[in-house]
Design a protein around this ligand. Structure first.
Ligand SMILES: [Zn+2]
Length: 422
C-alpha cells in the first residue's frame, strides 16, 4: 500500500524541517520526503494548505481499561486519539484493578494491538497504588511497561519513591510523578482563590502542588536519577523545575492544554466538567506555564485525558476529577499559544519531545520511521460540541469554545485512522 501526501507544509522538529514538500508512505513507513515526487501511489492526497506533522505522542492518558470501560476503553480512547492526531499514548496505571502485575500489563498491551494508535503503559510504583510497598519492577518491565507512576496520587512513602527512581534508572523506565501534598489539598474542590471564595467552596492552594514538586525534585537530585513531573499547573512548580534544570537535575516536565487556555474562573457556574486535579489556576499561573514552555523548562504537553460518565459529573461537589482532551489537544494548544510558540515548537512539545522522554518510536517523519502523520488545518475554526467527539465520555472543558486549527486526517503506521467528515 502506497500513499502520497502532496504539498503539505511539513513540520518535523526532529529534523528541523519546515517546508512544503511531498510525503511518500510505503507499507506503513515514511519512504521519502521531497518536492514534486512523481511516483504512482495507491492513494494520492492533495494536502495544499495543510500542515503535515509527526503524529502526536500523548504521555498522560487514562484509558479506564480494564474496570471502568463504561467511561472509555482502549478502542474508544484510540478513536478519540486518532481524531486528535495522537498516534502514540502512554496509559496511566490507575485502572481497576491497577496495573501492578505483569499479567495486567500484558493483557492491556495484547488487547491494544489492533487499536488505532500505539498504546504504551505505565505500571504502578506501589502495590494497589497504596504508596507503601514497591511492585515487582523488573517483572513489570519484562511484561512491557515502559514507565512507572502512581498517578492520581503521589507515592506516599518517599523511601519507596527513591527506590523506584533507582530501579527505574537501571531498568530504563521513566518515572512520571503526580506531585501533590495530600494534606494541603485535602477537601479542596478547585483552586484556592477569588472564585472559590465567591462560590463558598474549599480551595486547593498552589502549595499543595509546589510541595509535591519540590519533594520529587529533591528525591531525584539526591541520587541523580531522572524524573518526569506530570501536569504542571502552578507558577511555583515552573520555578522549581527551572531551578532544578539549571542545577543539572535530570528532570523533565509536562503541562496540559486546559492549564494554558482556562483559569479557575471557568468554575463560576459550578460545572464539574471544569474540575480536575491539579485544578485550573489563575492568569498568573497560565502566563508562567507559557514562559516555561518557551524557555524549555516545560518539555512536553500531554492531555491527562480522564473520561467520566455524565452522571458522575452531574454533581459539582461529588464528581470525580478529570476531563477528556485527546481530540481537542492540538487545537486547544494552538489556540492558547498562537503568538507565543511557533507551530514547530508546539509540535515539538506534543510529539518529538514526549517520544524522546519515553524512548519510543514516533515524533519524527524521518525516512524509515513509522508513517504516523497528522494533517492539521491551522486556520480552521470550529466549535467544540461534546456530542460529536469520538470517545465514550463527554467531559471536555472546551465545550462550546471556538478553537482555531483542526486535525483533518490521521495516519497510523500508514493506515488512515481518521478523516474529518465535511
Ligand atoms: Zn495526576
Amino acid at each position: 500500500m502506497t500513499t502520497l501526501l502532496k504539498n503539505p507544509r511539513v513540520i518535523d522538529p526532529s529534523q528541523g524541517l519546515d517546508r512544503v514538500c511531498d510525503i511518500l508512505i510505503v507499507d506503513g513507513k515514511i519512504a521519502q520526503l521531497g518536492e514534486g515526487l512523481n511516483v504512482p501511489a495507491d492513494e494520492t492526497v492533495d494536502c495544499a494548505g495543510l500542515i503535515a506533522a509527526p503524529g502526536l505522542v500523548d504521555m498522560h492518558v487514562h484509558l479506564r481499561d480494564p474496570g471502568q470501560t463504561y467511561k472509555e476503553d482502549v478502542f474508544s480512547a484510540c478513536r478519540a486519539a486518532a481524531a486528535g492526531g495522537v498516534t502514540s499514548l502512554l496509559a496511566m496505571p490507575n485502572t481497576v484493578p491497577p496495573m501492578d502485575s505483569p499479567e495486567a500489563v500484558q493483557k492491556l498491551l495484547e488487547k491494544s494491538r489492533s487499536a488505532d494508535a500505539a498504546v504504551y503503559t505505565a505500571a504502578c510504583i506501589t502495590k494497589v497504588l497504596k504508596g507503601q510497598e514497591l511492585t515487582d519492577l523488573p517483572a513489570l518491565r519484562a511484561a512491557g511497561a515502559i514507565a512507572l507512576s502512581d498517578d492520581g496520587k503521589p507515592v506516599g512513602n518517599t523511601a519507596c519513591l527513591l527506590a523506584a527512581l533507582k530501579a527505574a534508572r537501571q531498568l530504563g523506565m521513566v518515572v512520571t510523578a503526580h506531585c501533590e501534598d495530600l494534606d494541603l489539598a485535602a477537601g479542596g474542590l478547585m483552586n484556592e482563590g477569588e472564585t472559590a471564595r465567591r462560590l463558598g467552596v474549599q480551595g486547593i492552594p498552589n502549595a499543595a502542588e509546589d510541595c509535591g514538586t519540590a519533594r520529587e525534585i529533591a528525591a531525584a537530585a539526591s541520587i541523580g536519577a531522572p524524573i518526569h513531573i506530570c501536569h504542571v499547573s502552578t507558577r511555583g512548580s515552573v520555578a522549581l523545575i527551572r531551578d532544578a534544570k539549571r542545577r543539572g537535575v535530570p528532570v523533565t516536565a509536562e503541562t496540559c492544554p486546559h492549564y494554558l487556555l482556562l483559569t479557575d474562573e471557568a468554575l463560576s457556574a459550578r460545572d464539574a466538567d471544569y474540575r480536575m486535579n491539579p485544578p485550573l489556576r489563575t492568569r498568573a499561573d497560565v502566563e508562567a506555564l507559557k514562559e516555561g514552555l518557551l524557555d524549555g523548562t516545560i518539555d512536553a504537553i500531554s492531555t491527562d485525558h480522564a473520561p467520566h460518565a455524565p452522571e458522575e459529573k452531574a454533581d459539582f461537589e461529588k464528581a470525580p476529577n478529570g476531563s477528556i482532551g485527546m481530540e481537542t489537544s492540538l487545537a486547544a494548544v494552538h489556540t492558547a499559544l498562537a503568538g507565543t510558540l511557533s507551530l514547530s515548537q508546539i509540535i515539538e512539545k506534543m510529539s518529538t519531545a514526549p517520544a524522546k522522554i519515553l524512548g519510543i518510536p514516533g515524533g519524527t517523519l524521518r525516512e524509515g520511521a513509522w508513517a504516523d502523520v497528522g494533517l492539521f488545518d491551522p486556520a480552521r475554526r470550529w466549535k467544540v460540541d461534546p456530542d460529536r467527539l469520538h470517545g465514550k465520555s463527554r467531559n471536555t472543558p472546551f465545550k462550546g469554545m471556538t478553537l482555531t486549527g483542526r486535525v483533518t486526517a490521521t495516519y497510523f503506521r500508514g493506515r488512515k485512522v481518521y478523516g474529518l467528515a465535511e
